[in-house]
Ligand binder design. Structure first.
Ligand SMILES: NC(=O)c1ccc[n+]([C@@H]2O[C@H](COP(=O)([O-])OP(=O)(O)OC[C@H]3O[C@@H](n4cnc5c(N)ncnc54)[C@H](O)[C@@H]3O)[C@@H](O)[C@H]2O)c1
Ligand SMILES: [Zn+2]
Length: 404
């Protein structure tokens, strides 16, 4: 029998009910489709190939069979995840696909940033080849930002590119990493040095995944949300801090509001600058310092913590150089503190070493570090002066003065 998932129009309606045992018994009606869509908020992000929807809301994961059917009519997919997420969620995510007769190839790697490497990328690609997958398959990413970046890069390069669906399972990945089409792996000398711009065809952000994260892990993602507020929307930054406890408790309505608002901000920025030629650079606020801290820690410092420390540090550097209004760093410190996120790290005291790492970052041009020009809370300068160049000697002396 032809699956309703393969028949175009009814795709979403069928998908909502796949978790129920009587999935095949219930007739599909247009109202089912409407209900499925009402449950999710939708933000459309522009991409090099057109655009893609980010569907956000409780139950969004149930739209996966429909998404796979649309991306790969063959029904063949590689479900890439890390071992921790796979242990918690693989069966619940794969089963509805298998029930639809889809061929799901599980492809797992060990969790953690230290595994976002070319070696692991090569091993995962081998797994796809060994499983006999071809151009007619799609790649599904099930996990946090590490899995999304890795799976996206596998999808971008396998057979010169196969369709890619993101199912983010951390706050950080829902709020930021699954949107914008940046994929890639790290190198021993720097973060994300090898990769590609490659957009998903759909992102399904379901807050239900966050129930298996502890409070501290949930908090990490809000570093990126605070960043969205700090660079463009002071009122949102304030809203986040005021509602920090509710968000960390995992209140689904509050979480959905935060994810929708952050994704809207990120979508608005990336849609106008798909290849990061200009304005999109403002999303790197805090990341020049953050990437150096992550590298210095041997990739053991969580990205959210590095971003939290990095934002406060870069605002302090901005204040010292006269480009950021006084008091901004202190305001950011208050925002991250509301989520229990750190505002300092011992590596900041090693000025020379840190500056050398920043110089190797890919945001560096002609050996000069470029930092996002934050003017004040919620205001970042745009146009040619999105970033400010800081010569190495000045960077070292400023770091020494501020973080002794
Ligand atoms: N591509 C982009 O635009 C972009 C943007 C921001 C960050 N990033 C990248 O994202 C990465 C950080 O993402 P992250 O913080 O999600 O890291 P992560 O993927 O390593 O996840 C953190 C930990 O949480 C576990 N985990 C994930 N989901 C879980 C769940 N539902 N329940 C229990 N445990 C779960 C993972 O196994 C892992 O151990 C970095 O590599 C960063 O560079 C990319
Ligand atoms: Zn980040």
């Amino acid at each position: 029998m032809t699956s309703p998932l393969r028949t175009g129009k009814l795709v979403r309606a069928a998908a909502v009910r796949l978790d129920s045992p009587e999935a095949h018994a219930i007739p599909i009606s247009p109202s089912d489709e409407a209900r499925a869509l009402i449950r999710c908020s939708e933000v459309v992000v522009r991409s090099l190939t057109g655009g893609y929807p980010v569907r956000i809301g409780d139950g969004a994961r149930r739209l996966l069979p429909a998404a796979v059917a649309a991306a790969a009519p063959s029904g063949r997919c590689a479900l890439i995840s890390d071992e921790r997420v796979a242990g918690l969620w693989y069966d619940r995510v794969a089963e509805p696909l298998q029930r639809e007769g889809m061929d799901v190839v599980p492809v797992f790697f060990r969790q953690g940033e230290a595994n976002k490497t070319r070696a692991v990328w090569a091993r995962l690609t081998d797994d796809l080849i060994i499983a006999g997958l071809g151009r007619d398959c799609c790649v599904v990413s099930l996990g946090g930002g590490v899995v999304g970046d890795m799976a996206g890069f596998v999808a971008a390069t396998f057979m010169r590119g196969v369709p890619f669906i993101q199912v983010p399972t951390t706050t950080l990945a829902m709020i930021d990493a699954s949107v914008g089409g940046k994929t890639g792996v790290d190198h021993a000398v720097g973060k994300n040095l090898i990769g590609a711009f490659y957009s998903p065809c759909e992102v399904l952000a379901d807050p239900a995944f966050l129930t298996t994260l502890d409070r501290g892990q949930r908090a990490e993602g809000y570093a990126e949300a605070v960043k969205h507020g700090v660079i463009l929307d002071a009122e949102y930054a304030q809203w986040l801090a005021t509602n920090a406890d509710t968000l960390l408790d995992g209140d689904p309505e509050a979480v959905e509001r935060a994810v929708v608002r952050s994704v809207r901000i990120k979508a608005e920025v990336v849609s106008g600058d798909l290849l990061e030629a200009g304005r999109r650079k403002i999303l790197n606020f805090g990341h020049t310092v953050a990437h150096a801290l992550e590298l210095d820690s041997g990739y053991t410092l969580p990205h959210g913590h590095a971003v939290s420390v990095g934002m406060v540090a870069e605002a302090r550097i901005g204040e010292a150089l006269g480009i950021t209004a006084r008091g901004t760093a202190e305001a950011i410190r208050g925002l991250v503190a509301a989520f229990g996120l750190p505002d300092r790290h011992r590596s900041l005291g090693r000025a020379g070493r840190l500056a050398r790492m920043m110089v190797r970052d890919k945001k560096t041009r002609s050996g000069i570090v470029h930092m996002v020009r934050l003017e004040s809370l919620g205001r970042t300068s745009v146009g040619d002066s999105t970033t400010v160049p800081i010569p190495e000697a000045e960077l070292i002396s400023t770091l020494k003065r501020l973080f002794r």
